[in-house]
Design a protein around this ligand. Structure first.
Ligand code: AP5
Ligand code: ZN
Length: 214
């Protein structure tokens, strides 16, 4: 099963994608994580992407579509969770092509509907495990044991350089201008399922499970 999790920055896409990986063996395809890895390694893609990401703008369609194309076969068995991709009409077309080439097609586009003002608080309080990437929040989702990752037991955590208020506002404007307009395309195909992204992590997870098992 191949699904898209769609929603603005901080909607909870990464949180839910990681859970689906653990529970179902699906593979999270986060172009944001792929780009951050490229930046950390200093690859040619990373060198191109770094400043664009720090400004909160979108990296080129060609770069992110290539990243997905290189990894899609890893998710052949249990399917992919596209997280943060596609973000433009061109990326949506590229994804359709990449899936069709492999005899696959999208099963669901799950939109996490959220209140944008709350997202600023979510994002500026966010941190992740440096070892396994599990996501946490200063107020909403702390590790069960203080300073220890619930998933892997790691004790080192990180914050993203683009998680400051000004960059978050640019990222939201990019979402409204370039990503939200792809929704009608998926609506026409009857693929869109909307869920309340302001509910708790557990409630959002249950709503996603109901769609995938429905
Ligand atoms: P990317 O990494 O994709 O970032 P994003 O879309 O801005 O999304 P986030 O990772 O910020 O949010 P999320 O929805 O995953 O929320 P999370 O689960 O962490 O992209 C970064 C940049 O890379 C872009 O700006 C762009 O430059 C570039 N890029 C990436 N993909 C691209 C593409 N396809 N094309 C072009 N450029 C691209 O949750 C947020 C916080 O809230 C966490 O702390 C979490 O614990 C908490 N939380 C989650 N769910 C809940 C809940 N239900 N209740 C309370 N708290 C919650
Ligand atoms: Zn961890």
């Amino acid at each position: 099963m191949d699904i898209i999790l769609l929603g603005p920055p901080g909607a909870g896409k990464g949180t839910q994608a990681k859970r689906l990986e653990q529970m179902r063996g699906m593979i999270q395809m986060s172009t944001g994580d792929m780009l951050r890895e490229a930046v950390a390694k200093g690859t040619p893609t990373g060198l191109k992407a770094k400043a664009v990401m720090e400004a909160g703008e979108l990296v080129s369609d060609a770069i992110v579509s290539a990243l997905i194309g290189e990894r899609l076969d890893n998710a052949a068995e249990f399917g992919a969770i596209f997280d943060g991709f596609p973000r433009t009409g061109h990326q949506a077309e590229a994804l359709e092509f990449l899936l069709a080439e492999r005899g696959r097609k999208l099963d669901h586009v799950i939109e996490l509907v959220v209140d944008e003002e709350m997202l600023v608080e979510r994002i500026t309080g966010r941190f992740t495990c440096a070892n396994c990437g599990a996501g946490y929040h200063d107020r909403f989702h702390r590790p069960k044991t203080e300073g220890v990752c619930d998933i892997c037991g790691g004790t080192e955590f990180r914050r993203r350089p683009d998680d400051n208020e000004q960059t978050v506002r640019t990222r939201m404007a990019e979402y409204r201008a370039k990503t939200a307009p792809i929704l009608p395309l998926y609506e026409q195909k009857g693929l869109v399922r909307r869920i309340d992204g302001m509910a708790s992590v557990e409630q959002v997870a249950a709503a996603i499970d109901a769609i995938l098992d429905g």
